[in-house]
Design a protein around this ligand. Structure first.
Ligand code: IPE
Ligand code: IPE
Ligand code: MG
Length: 255
């Protein structure tokens, strides 16, 4: 009996996450420790975003989802909210051509209704320009909340029931899941939160059900390639069981 040739993929690469979702936290504290105003921390944070995109592209990670502005961040002082939105617009304008050149497909998730027409157009144009790209999918969560996502999906299903195209009895985890943001992408394999807090802060609540969680005290502007590599190594060492026993997982890996 001939056996299949041994897998040529190095083990480290075989355990690379397909989808990494990040809460980029700690910009304000990064600035404060340097006696700088908080906006400087956010500006420095953009550099770390660029590094993370390159790190994912170079490693062949398929999807990177970044939390840029949460539905709760409106509670910050008006000046900080405006600055964050201006920085977001400025960064998209400045980076979109290079992202496109590098075959990055850009997408936004979150409730866009809160933004003005100009910003909504900018987002739609960035998505249209890069829609056919086959490289990294970069998902940016703006005015996003995990609870909003689930409520929005529930509403979409209710509308289909009301229109007579969906049976109440056929609604299950799959139907609800298919109505959520990111439904067409692989589920996040690895979640990273910088800044030392160990919480989800209303990020991808449903989608993180079986994601490996990784927390680091590093502040987001300090999150460099070495730090990213460390997170990937931590991920590679974990055994994902999805409810099964460790022995079962080992057996199916060997089969
Ligand atoms: C994350 O950094 C950026 C956003 C929430 C937009 P923070 O601004 O939350 O930084 P800290 O947590 O105050 O240090
Ligand atoms: C989460 O960070 C949101 C983003 C990074 C965009 P926050 O700094 O807003 O989170 P909390 O409020 O401390 O949990
Ligand atoms: Mg914070």
């Amino acid at each position: 009996m001939t056996r299949e040739p041994a897998q040529t993929t190095p083990p480290s690469l075989a355990r690379l996450p397909r989808h990494v979702a990040i809460i980029m936290d700690g910009n304000g504290r990064w600035a404060r420790t340097r006696n700088l105003p908080r906006p400087m921390g956010h500006r420095e944070g953009v550099k770390a975003v660029r590094r993370a995109v390159v790190a994912c592209r170079e490693r062949g990670i398929e999807v990177l989802t970044l939390f840029a502005f949460s539905s709760e961040n409106w509670r910050r002082p008006k000046t900080e909210v405006s600055l964050l939105i201006e920085l977001f617009v400025h960064t998209i304008r400045k980076e979109i051509d290079e992202l496109h050149r590098n075959r990055v497909k850009v997408r936004f998730i979150g409730d866009r209704g809160a933004f003005d027409a100009k910003m909504q157009t900018l987002m739609a144009e960035a998505e249209q320009l890069t829609a056919q790209n086959a490289g990294l999918t970069l998902v940016i969560a703006v005015n996003y909340g995990g609870r909003w996502d689930i409520a929005h999906a529930a509403r979409a299903l209710a509308a289909r029931v009301q229109a007579g195209v969906l049976d109440v009895e056929s609604i299950d985890c799959d139907t609800l899941g298919q109505s959520l943001s990111l439904a067409d992408l692989p589920e996040p394999d690895l979640f990273i939160r910088t800044g030392g807090e160990q919480r989800i802060s209303n990020y991808l609540l449903w989608q993180l059900a079986y994601t490996e969680l990784y927390f680091t005290d590093l502040l987001w502007p300090d999150f460099d390639d070495a730090a990213f590599a460390e997170a990937l190594e931590s991920f590679a060492r974990r055994q994902r069981r999805f409810g099964r026993t460790g022995d079962q997982v080992e057996q199916s890996r060997r089969a």
